[in-house]
Write a protein of this length. Sequence first.
Length: 401
Amino acid sequence: MLLNLKNKIYSDIILNIISSGIVAVLLQFLVYPLLSKNSSANNFGEILVMMGAINIIAVFLGNSLNNIRLIFEKEYYEENVIGDFSVILIIAGIFNVLLISVTTALLWSDQPLLGDLLLISISVLTMLRAYLSVSYRIKLDYIKILQHNLIYGAGLSLGAVVLQFSDAWQLVFFIGETFSILFLVITTEILREPLKITHKFKNTIKQYIFLSISNLIKNTLLYIDRLIIFPILGGAQVAVFFAATVIGKMSIFILNPISSVMLSYISNKNRKMTLKEFCIVNVTVLFFSMFTTFFTLIVSKYVLNLLYADLYVEASSLLLTANSGVILLASSSITQAIVLKYSSTYLQVVIQLVHGIFYIGGGLLMITDYGLKGFCIALLLSAVTKFLLIFGVGVVTLKKS
């Protein structure tokens, strides 16, 4: 029986990697290269900044609710309690609209109103996608996750075709998200749940707020490179950094599915992970990071020349440092999923805050003196700091249990 469970976990991880890989490949090798081709380096940098803002806001609100729902689902089920999550979703949706509206007004005040409305719509749909997919995770139905991402990918592909006949680049993402939500609405029951506040609401929303703050910091740090580089060095340098890390960031779409599956299974079992098992996971993560970085250096030289030829020369000098940091940060999501299950939620905030101080503070200091290369060094140092901090919290937590 244990062997069957392990095989199921491995097969679900592979399915989840394939699912995320479909979307990742389409975005990195079709959508963004087309946007780069149809825009100047500076305009492409601006597009990356706006999509980064959407991914920060919409994903931290939706994915936090996804994880909180997953963690508390068993507790709600055993006590036969239904409610709370739809109410929290509406509250999150209002915050989402307000935050994106302010962001577009501050960063893109000179753009057409239609473009801003499309960005707000994309953000709402992205938040819903991030949350509603929890239905599949609760049931450990990774076949359905694969089907969902195939539909989402079909929408992005159609959007890429539409892009050839329209100047509204936002349509690519709007069409993709619309396909995604239609599939989720048809195949899940979550949006049909009652708008009801139960006796568990206070604790659930408190944990959601803690996790949201943690994920806000995490997602901000994931895209902070754009928000730091853009005002200091300009949109063109945002495009250079994006090109340099385009392959390294693909590891995020492999490692996030692994951490997602791990949290799903950890949440569905009673036995706690041992300290020895946690240490083995950390060593494995380090070896994986080193191997992936080496692989990335080889592949990036060919991919950059093919997809981002105009950015190749500048980007190639950043490959080692930038991708080492990006990959180690992505790898940390695996150990962080374990810490999320077994430690207090507020410790997630502490981890992200310490990492954020090192990353943002170091990034601002280094980019001012040494430009984009200095920023990449700060990125790597902050990644090492975060990995060690997660490891330390995990060791202390598991020793106590």
